[in-house]
Design a binder for this molecule. Structure first.
Ligand code: SF4
Length: 892
């Protein structure tokens, strides 16, 4: 939809908040859409930087078969013949698809239709398995359907927010800002954060329960027990609209009879647990928001039901301002589930367990090969590839070599798999690098279709510019392959709108109110109506043509009895860490990065917030292991090892570590977090437990540390040299920066030799007759090509100045100062943490401003501009204010 000739309304491609965007021609001038009900004009730092991700650099522009560029007919035939040959020799179950919550609903729909309806393989799963599967399973157990009951407007109406296993300030920033506005406007409103680490979200919290990891079920069983003791149950709601309450309560009371018992199990002070329970008991307008800290666990589904039990017991569901609220990780995790993206579901939320409903899908599609049994969930799927049962896999818009648990095993399995087809927008990713066939797909700004956000709201993602190179829409690629395989019926769509209409019609097909997902009223949209479609929440039926904000207002659920189900859930026992891997490891997201950094990693400003892979550890552990801040360390276990910088911080509990999930082999030699996580899953949902692993920690002491800046990115063969060393790449805008930690096996001059970089300038530093430092550079036609600064410690350097030297001819002064790494007299370089990515403001400048009297975020914004654009850094500004002002009070 365009409001005038140059502005288009579309949707952000990152998180599940699903913010609306107003974009100028070709993606210029990205702004929040003030009328989109998810964000009302706000965008976080990632959404605000979308315009900087649209370069053609690094894009996959042509199809490739076995390493050679080719045209589309050749690539489509190679895919179709490869799949057909595999099926002919080994049956349809030997082929699989692995999809993504980044796909548009229309892409997802045809992919599922091809595999589950026509090829006849049930093995279609999605990276949503790593993200939302436990919530799906929990919702289905309690409500009889995969539905989020509430809507974002509940945020403005709630007065108690309980945030469980979710760093909303960084991962759902715009919703966090909506919540913060409520907290600021209502002095009685409260935020309780339940998280083993003190995340940025805690800055706005009145209470933080820094509980022992994996004890959420105990905490919420204790809450259920407390609510019963205090007479805070909604007996009428329980009686009229639910089943299973008595069992759930007895079970909760057996495990969590007293607050003291809960506090001891969760490793929390009794007063804190009691404070949380009183808050919840006393505030009917309570919203419990949860995300990956709940889902990514061996008991993830039970955690979800433990939370839902407390809302059912108090009747706080289906009403404004209350309810359990799952914060979806990905932009279209929900849309993918609507079309059957999970291996244990068919399209339109139809389950394999219901034969009559199942037959409807085959009937509607007129599909001769409709699958009859669920397929392999993500971990099982890659295990089947590893043992050679699945021989051809098509991976679309995701990077499992980085994101799957036991990622090294997944990489080895894909390397051995006879046919790996990958559709992506970039030339290189860890997964593309093991593909036989690479298919260039449209990226955000070129795609056209729909996505569904966390509140069931379907929004249009619209194209802003023509495709790059020969890239095609994923739905077009899938349909062309389907037709090349001989499936001439069912894949002749002319545009995404036609696919959406079929998807909507299937949701309505013989529905009779049995299936929650129903968008019947959208099945007859004309091309123009589809183009103009405004954001709308499903169900959208003839009786609810404006959509549905909240479900279950009438107390009717989608279970066989129409009643919600209490589930008696048990806290599993607490494991002791094994002596050889004595530390517990958690993983998660950073404020400025998305998934495996394929897109956000191209934006220099976004890379500055946390420029290197790191591990956060408690000061007590740092002392125990003799580790200093910013020192290099190794984490390892029987699955793999990583090399990272130490970040000593009391945000962690002693004995517990945190690492970001984002770094891939494209950005660091050994920092893929998921190589350290076992492929153990929740038994019900199949979701891997990516929040808890056991590791050993030790210092990694390189013989040399170096900064290598290059005008051109190093080639894969050059990067391979760092496989046993530390390397972290940081795009700076005009050059690439590589921070290196080299073992004794490689001196800096040897490194240059092996990289085939010949210096024009160099100097050696000697101490006591030993080589202690080395600096070298190459200049061609007065343009700086590369610069190496090496020493026994990382030499100081002004990266911002050095970056500019790559942008144009070198002056005589710059040439002279080049090997010193700093301009002028080499004054102090501000390498403190970047806090505000929008205005490039670092913590040192902020602390100086606080010291000189700026005692609020408003004053800091006025003085330095920080926090005045997207607001994503406001929690960090508040944290610095709190720290600095309390320091000055101590000093006073
Ligand atoms: S909160 Fe940020 S990342 Fe999420 S949809 Fe909105 S702008 Fe995009």
């Amino acid at each position: 939809m365009s409001n005038n000739l140059t502005s288009t309304l579309t949707t952000c491609p990152y998180c599940g908040v699903g913010c609306g965007i107003r974009a100028g021609a070709a993606g210029a001038d990205i702004k929040g859409d003030s009328r989109h009900p998810a964000n009302f004009g706000r965008l976080c730092v990632k959404g605000s930087a979308l315009g900087q991700t649209l370069s053609a650099e690094g894009r996959l522009l042509l199809p490739q078969v076995n390493g050679a560029d080719c045209d589309w007919p050749t690539a489509i035939n190679a895919v179709a013949q490869g799949l057909q040959q595999t099926i002919a020799e080994h049956g349809p179950g030997s082929v699989a698809m692995y999809l993504s919550g980044q796909l548009l609903t229309e892409d997802y729909y045809v992919a599922n239709k091809l595999m589950k309806g026509f090829i006849g393989s049930p093995h279609v799963d999605t990276n949503s398995r790593l993200c939302m599967a436990s919530t799906v399973a929990g919702h289905k157990r309690a409500f009889g359907a995969d539905v989020v009951p509430g809507c974002y407007d509940d945020i403005e109406q709630a007065r108690l927010f309980v945030l469980v296993g979710a760093n909303m300030a960084w991962n759902h920033p715009v919703l966090f800002q909506r919540m913060q506005a409520v907290l600021q406007a209502n002095p009685d409103a409260k935020l309780v954060v339940i998280d083993p680490r003190r995340s940025a979200s805690c800055e706005a919290a009145q209470l933080h329960l820094k509980l022992r990891p994996g004890t959420d079920v105990l905490l919420f069983n204790g809450l259920l027990s407390y609510l019963a003791q205090q007479g805070k149950l909604d007996q009428r709601f329980i009686h009229l609209h639910t089943e299973g309450f008595a069992d759930a309560l007895v079970n909760a009371q057996q495990q969590a009879a007293t607050v003291a018992q809960v506090a001891s199990g969760c490793d929390l002070p009794v007063e804190q647990v009691l404070q949380f329970y009183r808050c919840f008991a006393d505030e009917a307008l309570s919203l419990t928001l949860f995300s990956q800290g709940v889902n990514q666990a061996l008991d993830g589904t039970d955690k979800v039901n433990a939370i839902i039990n407390c809302h059912l017991a108090t009747g706080r569901i289906g009403k404004p301002g209350c309810g359990p609220f799952s914060l979806t990780g990905q932009p279209n995790a929900m849309g993918g589930r609507e079309v059957g993206g999970l291996a244990n579901q068919l399209a339109a939320h139809i389950d394999y367990s219901d034969n009559v409903q199942q037959a409807l899908v085959g009937e509607f599609w007129q599909a001769a090969n409709l699958v009859q049994q669920p397929g392999y969930k993500a971990v099982e799927l890659f295990d089947a590839i590893e043992r050679g049962e699945i021989k051809a896999v098509w991976i679309i818009a995701t990077n499992p070599v980085v994101s799957m648990p036991q990622a090294d095993k997944v990489k080895a399995a894909l390397t051995r798999c006879p046919l790996v087809i990958v559709s992506d927008i970039y030339q290189h990713s860890d997964t593309l690098d093991v593909a036989n066939i690479k298919l260039p797909a449209l990226g955000w700004s070129e795609k056209d279709g729909t996505v569904t956000n966390s509140e069931r709201r379907i929004s249009r993602q619209r194209a802003l510019r023509p495709p790059q190179g020969q890239a095609k829409a994923d739905w077009q690629i899938v349909c062309q392959v389907a037709r090349a395989m001989g499936f001439s019926q069912g894949f002749n769509f002319a545009n995404a709108g036609e696919i959406f209409a079929e998807h909507a019609a299937l949701s309505a097909y013989k529905n009779n109110g049995q299936r929650a997902f129903n968008i019947a009223a959208l099945a007859q949209l004309s091309a123009e109506q589809y183009h103009q479609l405004a954001p709308i929440q499903w169900p959208v039926t003839d009786s609810t043509p404006q959509g549905t904000a909240r479900l279950f207002a009438d107390g009717q659920f989608f279970t066989a009895s129409g009643r919600a189900q209490f589930i008696a859930v048990q806290q599993s026992g607490f494991k002791q860490a094994r002596p050889q891997t004595p530390l517990w490891l958690n993983s998660g997201r950073l404020r400025d990065q998305w998934h495996t950094m394929t897109r956000t990693g191209t934006v220099a400003a976004l890379m500055q917030h946390r420029p290197e892979p790191f591990v956060s550890l408690h000061p007590a552990d740092a002392a125990l292991y003799g580790i200093s801040h910013a020192e290099l360390v190794q984490l390892s276990n029987s699955y793999g090892r990583v090399l990272l910088r130490a970040d000593i911080s009391d945000t962690q509990r002693p004995g517990e570590l945190f690492i970001p999930m984002h770094w891939s082999a494209q950005f660091a030699s050994q920092a893929r977090a998921d190589v350290l996580f076992a492929a153990d899953t929740d038994a019900i949902s199949g979701q891997p437990a990516l929040k808890l692993s056991q590791v050993a920690l030790r210092r990694f002491t390189p013989a040399w540390q170096a900064l290598l800046l290059t005008a051109e990115p190093l080639k894969p063969a050059q990067l391979a040299l760092f496989s046993t060393h530390y390397m972290a790449r940081l795009p700076l805008g005009c050059c690439q920066s590589y921070r290196l930690g080299l073992t004794e096996a490689l001196t800096p001059p040897q490194l240059l030799q092996q990289l085939q970089l010949t210096p024009d300038l160099s100097c050696l530093d000697n101490q006591h007759g030993q080589l202690s430092g080395y600096r070298a550079a190459a200049i061609k036609d007065n343009q700086l090509k590369w610069l190496l600064l090496a020493g026994t410690a990382l030499p100081p350097a002004d990266q911002s100045w050095l970056n500019q030297l790559f942008d144009g001819p070198l002056s005589l002064d710059n040439r002279r100062q080049l090997l010193s790494g700093c301009a002028g007299q080499g004054g102090p370089v501000d390498s403190s943490a970047l806090i505000c990515s929008c205005f490039n403001v670092r913590s040192k400048a902020i602390c100086q401003a606080i010291a000189s009297g700026a005692d609020s975020t408003a004053k800091l914004g006025k003085q330095l501009s920080c926090g005045t654009n997207c607001g994503s850094c406001l929690p960090e500004l508040n944290s610095l204010l709190r720290q600095q002002l309390s320091l000055s009070n101590v000093g006073a």
